[in-house]
Design a protein around this ligand. Structure first.
Ligand code: NDP
Length: 609
């Protein structure tokens, strides 16, 4: 293993990924296993660089020669020449190649503006003056070491985006061949780095260990408490039934059948096939969008079952057994996922799930997009068995309420809870393609955390309000019901408006419909929205989601806190998620993120952290 040549805190020159440009950076750490240096740029952004991309601070200075200006001149004219990419000499001699490269690096370090932009774009609120060739160049913001070249949709942009590198510089179109070489080089680099997890979340392996047990236990206790006449947390712990009554092979059979039925619907050749976002290994996966059709078929099958007098109250009578069956199934699936993850190439592992700790990797998920042929297990589980299962459970609880309380029609409270949550699920299924850009699909591995969340937590914990209402009736007056409907509508408008605006912007930043929105460019090439929903408050989509969560609990009245579990849990989840995302965005966008935060000061959890 090569020795570490640079110490922590040392100022060095770091290569800009995918380019030959070097900037002054500070070494902040070194990972022995990946042999990567963690470095921090002057604008605050952080990267991992391999040894060969890090040079001593004086590396370029010592190479200064009297002929520098002439070489600079030569370089500048060469860089503007379309013939540059056709230089055959480059490939004829390795020695000459290296010499030229060093010369070029020297020049590019000294002469960053030699990269001629098609269009320069300055950061909002910063005084920036760029002049190329004959004009003077001056930059007066705190990112003066980083030049942003904005050329929409050049090849380099596409290539670098595909590689998922933290930065991209858009190059001139005439650099086609050169870019292709760099693309291959970067691909190799990504593979070699084998995506070792640099930092652990959720309290590392200790946190992961406890979560594996804590999540199922919490859910079981919640369901037991909710089934009690006095659903008060003061009567904790609830009576625990005999262990053998908790297990039901029929419940497991029903769950497996449900899973297979959903899998069958997923495989139907209906609905369009779309591409996901390019992954860090350069691959792009295809996904079939047919969840909404699957829901319609499911609804038809359910209608037929009800017509034939199938008793959905089974769900209420065996909710705990069904939940435990789902837990067993998700545990077995997680074990399968963990075992198979050892057979896939390193570049198909999730960047966050390859820490080397069995417990942590099992919990967080090792493989990014496990597939059996074209069957994408994570994508399938994210929306279908769990979300549609949630709707079916809610419906079963609605029938149970009628039967337990001797009603001819369900209560207004139950109708509201069912309708609000049905709207939420339908919205997710209708916008199925939007999931392809989420953290879950692009970043997180598929392990216990997601299998449990998708198959157990969502359907069984999110239906707690409906479960509560079966044994704890709450009569709502129409004015109160209308006020709750208004609250849910406001939440939905904010949630959908914010998510759709960001999705549309990420899909096509030049969409004429979004032309009125103000943006901040970032060094990655992506921009940040600073007006519209995303200028109103940071993470407006979380705010909308939270407002809806409250509207789902209010129909249950104020007698017990248990039906408010979802709002409380969801607030904690979103606080953690927002902190996680702010951290990632600050790393990704550096100074541009700080500028965004200065312009959009409001956040939904202002005093929490
Ligand atoms: P978001 O949809 O909020 O995505 C965060 C990403 O958006 C950031 O990483 C950044 O990514 C981008 N971004 C942030 N600020 C801006 C900006 N100003 N302009 C443009 N892009 C920006 O994340 P989630 O996946 O957490 O949430 C999606 C939805 O799912 C939310 O509505 C959330 O409430 C909901 N949700 C629901 C859960 C539930 O259990 N019910 C659980 C989790 C989420 P980049 O710049 O790289 O594009």
């Amino acid at each position: 293993m090569p020795a570490k040549n640079f110490s922590d805190g040392e100022m060095v020159m770091g290569r800009w990924p995918g380019s030959h440009l070097y900037y002054e950076v500070q070494v902040t750490g070194y990972n022995k296993s990946t042999q990567l240096y963690a470095v921090k740029y002057k604008d605050g952004t952080e990267l991992n660089l391999k040894e060969s991309d890090v040079k001593p601070l004086n590396y370029f200075r010592t190479k200064k020669t009297p002929s520098r200006s002439s070489s600079r001149q030569r370089s500048r004219s060469r860089s503007h020449s379309p013939a540059r990419t056709q230089t055959p000499k480059r490939s004829t001699s390795r020695g000459r190649e290296t010499k030229k490269r060093v010369q070029k690096e020297e020049v590019q370090k000294e002469e960053l503006p030699a990269v001629k932009p098609v269009h320069w774009e300055n950061i909002t609120n910063s005084k920036t003056t760029y002049v190329s060739d004959n004009k003077e160049e001056k930059e007066e913001n705190n990112t003066k070491n980083i030049y942003r070249v904005v050329e929409h949709k050049t090849r380099r942009e596409i290539v670098t985006d595909q590689l998922g590198l933290p930065y991209n510089l858009r190059a001139r179109k005439e650099e086609g061949k050169h870019i292709e070489l760099e693309r291959k080089d970067a691909c190799l680099r990504v593979k070699k780095q084998s995506l070792q997890t640099p930092e652990r979340e959720f309290g590392g392996r200790v946190g992961a260990f406890f979560m594996i047990f804590l999540l199922p236990v919490t859910l079981i206790l919640l369901l037991l408490m909710c089934a009690e006449d006095n659903a008060s947390i003061l009567s904790f712990p609830p009576p625990i039934p005999a262990l053998q009554t908790l297990w039901s092979s029929t419940a497991l059979g029903i769950f497996v059948l449900w899973f297979l039925f959903q899998a069958l619907l997923y495989l139907l050749p209906i609905g369009k096939v779309v591409e996901g976002v390019p992954l860090a290994n350069g691959k792009t996966l295809k996904y079939r969008i047919n969840a909404f059709y699957a829901f319609l078929l499911c609804a038809a099958a359910l209608g037929a079952a009800l017509y034939n007098e199938v008793n959905l109250s089974y769900i209420y009578d065996n909710l705990l057994q069904l939940a435990i069956a789902a837990m067993v199934f998700s545990l077995l699936l997680s074990i399968y996922l963990y075992v198979r993850s050892w057979r896939v190439p390193a570049d198909e592992l999730a960047p966050g799930g390859n820490s080397g700790s069995f417990v942590y990797d099992f919990f967080i998920g090792r493989e990014l997009n496990p597939r059996i042929k074209n069957f994408d297990l994570k994508y399938f589980c994210e929306l279908r068995p769990g979300l549609m299962g949630w709707v079916v459970i809610n419906l079963g609880l609605l029938f149970a309420e009628m039967s337990v309380q001797g009603r001819d029609i369900p209560s207004l409270a139950m109708i509201l809870v069912n309708s609000f949550q049905l709207l939420y699920v339908l919205d997710a299924l209708w916008n199925e393609a939007a999931i392809l850009t989420t953290m879950d699909i692009v970043h997180d591995g598929f392990g216990y955390m997601l299998t449990f969340g998708d198959l157990v937590w969502v359907p069984f914990a999110y239906s707690l309000q409906a479960f509560y209402l079966v044994n704890h009736p709450n009569e709502l007056s129409w004015p109160v019901a209308l006020a709750i409907i208004a609250l849910n509508t406001v939440g939905y408008i904010v949630f959908r408006g914010a998510n759709s605006q960001k999705n549309a912007f990420r899909r096509n930043p030049h969409d004429p419909k979004l032309a009125h929105l103000k943006t901040i460019p970032t060094a990655t090439g992506k921009s940040l929205l600073v007006s519209g929903w995303w200028g109103f408050v940071r993470h407006p989509n979380y705010l909308g989601d939270l407002i809806m969560a409250l509207a789902w609990s209010l129909p249950c009245g104020f007698t017990h806190i248990l039906p408010y579990f979802y709002v409380i849990y969801f607030t904690c989840l979103l606080i953690h998620r927002e902190a996680r995302d702010e951290h990632q965005c600050r790393k990704k966008y550096g100074v541009a993120w700080n500028q965004y935060c200065q312009q959009v000061r409001y956040r939904i959890f202002p005093y929490i952290y």
